[in-house]
Design a protein around this ligand. Sequence first.
Ligand SMILES: Nc1ncnc2c1ncn2[C@@H]1O[C@H](COP(=O)(O)OP(=O)(O)OP(=O)(O)O)[C@@H](O)[C@H]1O
Ligand SMILES: [Mg+2]
Length: 462
Amino acid sequence: MKNKERGQKDSYKVFVIDDEEITVKRLVKGLGSDPELSVQGFILAKDAIKAMRHSPPDIIISDIKLKDGHGLELMDEIKALAPNAIIIFITGYASINQAVEATKKGAFYYLAKPFSLSELRQTLAQAIEHIKSRRQRDLLMERISKDGRLGEIIGTTPQMQEIFKTIKQIAPLDCNVLIKGETGTGKELVAKALHMHSKRKKFPFVSFNCGAFTEELIANELFGHEKGAFTGANSTKLGLLETAMGGTVFLDEIGEMPLSMQVKLLRVLQENTIFRVGGTKPVKIDCRFIAATNRNLDKMVREGVFRQDLFYRLKVVTINLPPLRERRDDIPALASHFAKKAAKKFGKPIPQVGKDFIDGLMDYPFPGNCRELEHMVERAVALTRSNRLTAEDLPPDLWLLKEPEKKKDATSLKKLEFEYIMDVYRKTGFNQTETAKILGISRTTLWRKLRQMNVQPQKHQK
Ligand SMILES: Nc1ncnc2c1ncn2[C@@H]1O[C@H](COP(=O)(O)OP(=O)(O)OP(=O)(O)O)[C@@H](O)[C@H]1O
Ligand SMILES: [Mg+2]
C-alpha cells in the first residue's frame, strides 16, 4: 500500500472465520457498519486461506475449533501467508487453554464466548492501534536516511553506499539476485532489504537454508507433497515455494545445494511451476528468488560441482558484500547501532561508545565480520556497569587474536613494541619465560608490560 493511500482514513481488511454460520453473519453485519473496516466472513478455514493467498488481511478473527482445521495449526499457515496479520481468537469455554496457548504463540488476543459486539470492537480498536504504530515504524524504517543506513543496514563507507544504491535500484525490478560475501557480512539483511523495497513486501519473505537438509527433505520443504506421497504423508502439505506465493524466497547457502536438486531448481526458475512430491500436475508459483553464498561459486562452476546454467539464472544481478576489514570506517557506526540494539534487548540504558572502545576494534581483522562485532558489543553492553563502553569492556584477549601482518599502520613506538612482544609471545605458544629470554628482558618486566597492554596470562600451549 502506498503511503499516500494510507492517508488519514486508513482501512483495515478483517476476516471472520467461524464454523457457525450464524456467528459469522452476526459479526460481519455488526462490524461491517464501521467505515474503517472491510469485513469478509468464512465458514471454512480453507476458503479463508485461499482468500488470504490472494490478498492478505490485516486482522483475522477466528474460532479456535473449525470444521476443517484447528486454530493453532491454522496459525502457522496464516503466519506464512499474512505475516503481519493480527489474530484474535474467539473461543468457547472448553478451549480456553488452547486460546491461551495461541496467544503464547503470537496470537494477539482471545475472547471467550459469549462476548458482546462492543467487547469485540474494543479489542479491534487495540489491534488497529497496534497496526497503526507498526505502519508508522515501518515507514520510518523504510525511509532511507542520508546518514548511512538503509532500514536496518548500517554503512557509511563508499562501498556500502554503493550497495545501498544497487539495492534501491534493483529491488523493484523483480529479477533474481545473488548475494556474495563472507559469513556475517549481512547477506540476509540485504536480502530482506531487497524484499522490503519491492512490490512484494506485503507478501511473505521466506528463508531456506540449502545446506541444512538432505536431498529428499529439500524437495519436501520446497515443493511440498501430495497426500500419500510416502509413508506418513497423511495430508497434502504445501511447500515453501507455494506458501511464499507473491513474496520472496531467500535461498541461503546456495552453494551447498546438491547437484541433483540444482537441476530441479533450475526447472522451477525457468518455468515458474513446481511438482509437489508425489504429484503429477504442475502447480504455478509466483515468487522472486534471492540466493546467497559465502563460497566461491565461480570456482565451483569451473570444477563442475555447481551447474553453470543455474548459476547464470540466479545471478541476474550480483551483490558483493565486502568483508568488514575492508570497510573499517563502518565500525564506529556499526558499534553504536549494535550498542543500541543490545541495550534494547537487555532492557538496559543505551551506553555511549567511547573512543578507546572503538580504537581497540579498529585494527582487529574480524574474521566473523559484522556478526562478530555485534557479539563483541553485545557482550560489552551486557557486562558494563557504567553508561559508557571503554577499552576495558573489550574482550581481554582481543590483542592476541590480531594478526601482526595486518597491523602495518602502527604509528607509535609503544604500539610497535607491543606488536613485537605479542608476536614473540604468540610464537612461543604463550610461554612467558621463553618470550622474556628472546626479548632480552626479565620475566617481571614482561609480566608488567603484558599487564599494561591488558593482556591476560595465557596457558602455555606447547
Ligand atoms: N551492515 C549491517 N548493519 C547492521 N547490522 C548488520 C550489518 N551487517 C550485518 N549485520 C548484523 O550481523 C548479523 C549477521 O548478519 P547476516 O545474518 O545478515 O549475515 P550473513 O552474511 O547472512 O551471515 P552467514 O553467511 O553466516 O549466514 C545480524 O545480526 C545482522 O543484523
Ligand atoms: Mg546468512
